[in-house]
Write a protein of this length. Structure first.
Length: 262
């Protein structure tokens, strides 16, 4: 697992992005696949989740992962969620690409393999959030939607929020078609900042696009950390759907309040 410099000093939280190594899964899921939604052997997934939860010091039902659909829906994990049955929890998390909570000892996370994982922490309000930003979610400004949700739900101030742009595909490797660029242009992104041209092909910078959204939402530039890790280039260390296909493993990027302060 890797951690991020901007969040390390906050001892009241745990945060991480897993690698693809050290688990039980095989084939394109080898070996530390944490996603239950891509066709891997359920027993292997269960073993991998058990290992992660043991390392975090929590039970398996305290690890909350949504069923992502490249949208912008966000759900709060609160006391009422904890009262739901397993089926009701699954339904609540269906079609969700971002989570937030103020409850301690609950790890919220998103699974990725080239898409951008976003982690958020407001140390003043002690609220955490995660978001999954593929190109569609990025274009729909899920980063901004998540920040606005923290402001509306928890009275956070954007200037207090810290954000991490985790391991994901880099601009050097993310070739896209003109239709994708058109979507971003229509959505109001500065195309000159988020694309490069190589050999007459267009390459999209999801890191800068999400950074634009975060800054538009009011997060201070110095409060945004970009991991700078390319999952496509470092495919032996991280899962890359562009290399392995959709039916492959996923990393988990997560954050948890270990305890409340004050």
């Amino acid at each position: 697992m890797i951690t991020f410099n901007s969040l390390k000093k906050y001892k009241e939280i745990a945060h991480f992005c897993t690698s693809r190594n050290g688990g039980a899964s095989v084939g394109n899921y080898a070996s530390y696949n944490l996603s239950p939604f891509t066709g891997d052997n359920p027993e292997d997934i269960s073993g991998n989740r058990f290992r992660l939860c043991k390392e975090l010091g929590i039970d398996a039902d305290q690890l909350i992962i949504p069923f992502q659909t490249h949208g912008t829906e966000i759900r709060e994990i609160d006391e009422s969620f904890l009262q739901l049955s397993t089926l009701e929890r699954s339904q609540y998390l269906q079609g969700i690409d971002a989570l937030c909570t103020q409850l301690p000892q609950l790890c919220i996370g998103v699974t990725t393999a080239d898409c951008v994982p976003l982690l958020f922490y407001d140390p003043q309000k002690q609220v955490i959030a995660v978001a999954h930003a593929g190109w569609r979610g990025t274009c729909s400004r899920i980063a901004e939607v998540t920040v606005k949700s923290l402001v509306e739900r928890f009275d956070s101030r954007p200037s207090d929020i810290l954000a991490v742009i985790g391991p994901s595909i880099s601009v050097q490797m993310y070739e896209v078609g003109k239709e994708v660029v058109n979507h971003f242009e229509t959505a109001g992104f500065d195309i000159t900042e988020i694309t490069i041209i190589k050999n007459q092909s267009v390459y999209l910078d999801l890191w800068k696009a999400n950074q634009q959204s975060l800054e538009k939402a009011g997060i201070q530039p110095e409060h945004i950390e970009v991991s700078g890790i390319c999952t496509y280039t470092e495919h032996e260390r991280f899962f890359s759907a562009r290399r392995l296909g959709i039916k492959s493993g996923r990393m988990l990027s997560g954050i948890m309040l270990k305890r409340l302060i004050g």
